[in-house]
Design a protein around this ligand. Structure first.
Ligand code: FES
Ligand SMILES: [Fe+2]
Length: 447
């Protein structure tokens, strides 16, 4: 439960709000590269942290991100002409370059120097991993770009997506820091029929067996460890054979989550506020995900009756929403009674159903938190403290250039006797070393 004041502080991200100022200290996803694919391609509307912006790729390939409304009399530059290294307003032809300078003002006499005095708001951009990132904070606080593993990614391994959700970013992110709900919301009856394949023993289970463990112990114990980037936490479950299964996820300031998978994971899910009541869920690859997934044998969806999202989703791009509040997320009451816990066929829409149905910004004075909510409580505390620190003149956490952002990993495993979950996914974890050494082809299933 939060006070009204803390709930406001946590959720509001517009210019001048404490949380908005904290978020502006980080390089932030603004759009997918695929939305502005080629020089002089169509301008793109970008709503980010409560600001209306327009992105355009100029003739040289440079990506500009400027205020949406023309400084002359406010027409939207989304309707502008993207031509000859600048975006030209459709109303009177004023033209702006990617730095925000007014480079042409054809509606004024040729002798006029007025254009030299006019600028439009422009934010710096950096393209990495299929995403156009921007920095919207004070220039003297601009940190180096945080490389989560995308900077040297081979072109054929770049894969970024985004999905729109109609609720506050913290509310959406809380779902990714809530390991307990995979034992409920995402379950289905057929889990009981999955044959035991022998991986209920210390080591790395198959994904099919993980489903069984999640269903077998539906009240996981949570443990948290604070880290330089935020924290990591585990949901600890007993397996049918009496072993200890851990599912470890990570939270990285300010809205990154790395979700547990077998044997470990470096792929981030980001909850980027468009504004206080709308969020983009970005996801991007940090490495060749396929080679790691081989250890688990299958992915999360291959053994379940669920689909992640619409089948027509391309390798890069915006994932369309088939199921929304308007069609009750496609809930099928007969399925809910007989085969799946939620009655919703699409996995991601199961999440949307619960987080969006809380309302655009949930009133957290009304909630009753239990022991399974430990991780979200920690996330809120860290964010509130960081926002207050920045408001008081301090620096944002986890922005330094000498930190190793690629070392942020999640993991999932059945622990050996006496094994401490805290070493999982670290540079010292033998499984991480195996893959980081480039030995990904070595079969290790069942080890
Ligand atoms: S409103 Fe844009 S040039 Fe006049
Ligand atoms: Fe979920």
């Amino acid at each position: 439960m939060l006070s009204t004041q803390d709930n406001e502080l946590l959720t509001r991200v517009g210019p001048g709000t404490p949380m908005g100022e904290l978020l502006r200290r980080y390089w932030t996803p603004a759009l997918l590269v695929s939305e502005a694919p080629t020089p002089d391609s169509d301008p793109v509307r970008v709503r980010l942290l409560g600001e209306n912006l327009v992105a355009f790729r100029d003739t040289t390939g440079r990506l500009g991100l400027v205020g949406e409304n023309c400084p002359h009399r406010g027409a939207s530059l989304f309707f502008g002409r993207n031509e000859e290294c600048g975006l030209r307003c459709p109303y009177h032809g004023w033209k702006f370059d990617a730095d925000g300078a007014c480079v042409d003002m054809p509606s004024e006499p040729p002798t006029s120097v007025f254009k030299d005095k006019v600028r439009i708001k422009a934010y710096p951009t950096h393209e990495s991993g299929g995403i156009v990132w921007t920095y919207m904070g004070p220039a003297d606080k601009q940190p180096p770009f945080r490389d989560f593993g995308t900077e040297k990614l081979a072109p054929d391994q770049v894969a970024a997506t985004k999905l729109h959700t109609t609720c506050n970013w913290v509310q959406a992110m809380e779902g990714n820091l809530d390991t307990s709900h995979i034992s409920w919301l995402h379950q289905w009856n057929g889990v009981d029929d999955i044959p035991d394949d022998g991986s209920d023993k210390p080591g790395y289970p198959t994904n099919a067996m993980s489903w069984k463990f999640w269903k077998h112990d539906r009240a996981p114990r949570l443990e948290i460890e604070d880290t330089w980037y935020g924290f990591k936490y585990v949901g600890i479950r007993d397996t049918p054979n009496g072993y200890t299964h851990v599912r470890m996820s990570a939270f990285c300031y300010p809205y990154n989550t790395v979700i547990a998978s077998v044997p470990f994971n470096t792929q981030h899910g980001l909850f980027v506020p468009a504004d206080d009541e709308n969020t983009w869920r970005y996801s991007f690859a940090t490495r060749d995900q396929g080679s790691i997934a081989e250890v688990g044998g299958e992915n999360l969806f291959s053994v379940s009756p669920f689909e992640f999202g619409p089948a027509e989703v391309g390798r890069n791009g915006i994932i369309p929403r088939r199921y929304t509040a308007a069609n009750d997320y496609g809930i099928d009451r007969a399925e809910q009674r007989t085969s799946t816990y939620s009655g919703v066929r699409e996995f991601i829409s199961q999440d949307f159903m619960v987080t969006e149905s809380m309302g655009p910004i949930y009133d957290r004075t009304q909630e009753r938190l239990g022991t399974s909510d430990k991780a979200i409580i920690r996330m809120r505390r860290l964010l509130l403290a960081a926002a207050k620190r920045v408001a008081a003149g301090g620096d944002a956490p986890a922005v330094d250039g000498d930190l190793d952002y690629r070392s942020i990993r999640s993991a999932e495993k059945i622990l050996e006797d006496g094994e401490d979950w805290r070493h999982l996914g670290t540079d010292d974890d033998p499984m991480v070393q195996l893959y980081e050494r480039g030995a990904a082809a070595t079969p290790v299933a069942g080890s």
